[in-house]
Write a protein that binds this ligand. Structure first.
Ligand code: HEM
Length: 407
């Protein structure tokens, strides 16, 4: 099937505002599509095919995939130990994942609830009397950044630094210009330096925080401290959750405010909030796609893929595949099986932070909807998304509301 060059704007910042018509066309007519301008790179757009790739890591590797796809190393990775878990394959991946999981175990997660509640209420306190809020900068971005700082043991005055950490393009770097790449490389160096100091301090003087928990887990496993491994896993625990959660909070709020019927359903039963989040994630994944490399000649959706090819798994398209979801573009907070979306990935690399993100977003919406009534769009919203190759989120979202008594 021929797709005109000018139509092929996604992946890439140029097409990030509205990739949906192109993705629909690909799903219908060219579900595994080799990009003419990047031979050997295939866009995979149907649900069954994306899930097949995610479910077969022995055929489709994550090993160093993002640097290989962009031909650009953000950081030097001198050894396998220095790789972050989502850039490794098993068995190394499983070992790294285990040390990253320590601070996110269900028991520990439960203990974070009071902190999350405090952070959410503190942010709402700052704007609740104004009757309006610029939601992206006053709530959606600071919440995950502050939570990450508090959990990791990063000083709160470095919140802005942590926020910038999350603004990384790693999967989509190939589609960004040279200036962006160089800026990102120098930011990476600063972050690694910062993290190195913090980890060394925690190694000498452990605290009740995530960095200390990761160090303990790594030392228990290997009987000696290995800075590079700890640093890589802490880097993704920080970077993985800040921008994704922030983008999604705003996207989900926009969908809800835009649809009074769904808003009324949620307001009448807060128990629907977790399903609303899954349904929102299905329609507006903050991380739109992720890459893999074929380890051998393989077939995907009936297409022959040579070994060494890159496969771009379009979660954003898979989630709107009508072979899987009925009326896929409809936002329905009561949709059954909404949770089967692929926005957190699937299988071996399934998002390690998903339970934390779900908890944080649930508490966030519960408190917002309790304390803000009649939420509506404010003036001057352009609903423009950031120009990114792989992330999706708003620059700004102006809201107005009536205040309800605190409860
Ligand atoms: C709405 C919020 C989030 C979304 C949509 C999201 C999305 C994803 C996706 C799609 C993957 C799989 C990547 C792949 O298969 O290549 C992933 C992996 C990961 N995420 Fe998240 N994430 C979110 C929040 C978080 C948070 C809060 C954290 C940290 C606390 C986190 C940490 C991680 C880690 C460590 C991995 C790598 C897992 C592995 O490779 O085994 N994420 N995330």
């Amino acid at each position: 099937m021929a797709i005109a060059d000018e139509e092929l704007t996604y992946p890439g910042p140029a097409g990030s505002e509205c990739p949906w018509p192109l993705l629909e066309k690909l799903r219908a007519e060219a579900s595994v599509y080799e990009l003419p301008y990047r031979p050997g790179v295939y866009v995979v757009s149907r649900y069954a095919d994306v899930r097949y790739i995610l479910g077969n890591p022995q055929l489709f590797s994550s090993g160093g995939v993002r640097a290989q796809l962009s031909g650009f190393d953000l950081i030097d990775v001198p050894s396998e130990d220095d790789r972050v878990m989502n850039e490794s394959d098993d068995p190394a991946h499983a070992l790294k994942r285990r040390i990253g999981f320590a601070p996110l175990k269900p028991g520990r997660l439960k203990s974070y609830e009071p902190l999350i509640l405090d952070l959410v209420d503190e942010l709402i306190d700052r704007f609740v009397d104004d009757g309006r809020v610029e939601f992206v900068n006053q709530f959606a971005q600071p919440l995950p950044a502050r939570l990450t700082c508090r959990l990791m043991g990063v000083p709160l005055e470095d919140e802005d630094f942590v926020r910038s950490w999350g603004r990384f393009e790693s999967s989509g770097l190939a589609w960004m210009d040279d200036e962006f790449k160089q800026r990102q490389r120098s930011n990476s160096a600063k972050m690694l330096e910062y993290l190195t100091k913090l980890i060394q301090a925690r190694h000498e003087d452990p605290q009740d925080d995530v960095i200390s928990a990761v160090i303990k887990e790594q030392v228990d496993r290997d009987n000696e401290f290995h800075l590079a491994d700890v640093r890589a896993q802490c880097a993704i625990l920080i970077g993985g959750g800040v921008v994704t959660t922030a983008h999604f909070l705003s996207s989900c709020m926009r969908m809800l405010v835009d649809d009074p019927t769904q808003m009324a359903r949620i307001r009448s039963d807060f128990k629907l909030i977790p399903n609303m989040l899954e349904e929102g994630l299905r329609l507006e994944p903050p991380s739109m796609w992720q890459p893999r490399i074929a380890l051998q000649n393989v077939e995907v959706g009936g297409h022959k893929i040579p070994a060494g090819s890159f496969l771009l798994m379009m979660f954003c398209s898979a989630n709107r595949d009508d072979r899987k979801f009925e009326s896929p573009t409809h936002f329905d907070v009561t949709r059954k099986k909404a949770k089967e979306h692929l926005s957190f990935g699937y299988g071996a690399h399934f998002c390690l932070g998903a339970p934390l993100a779900r908890l944080e977003m649930k508490i966030g919406f519960e408190r917002l909807l309790t304390r803000l009534d009649n939420i509506r769009f404010g003036p001057n919203n352009d609903f423009k998304h950031i120009p990114s190759a792989s992330f999706r989120g708003f620059h700004h979202l102006q809201l107005e509301f009536d205040t309800t008594p605190v409860s």
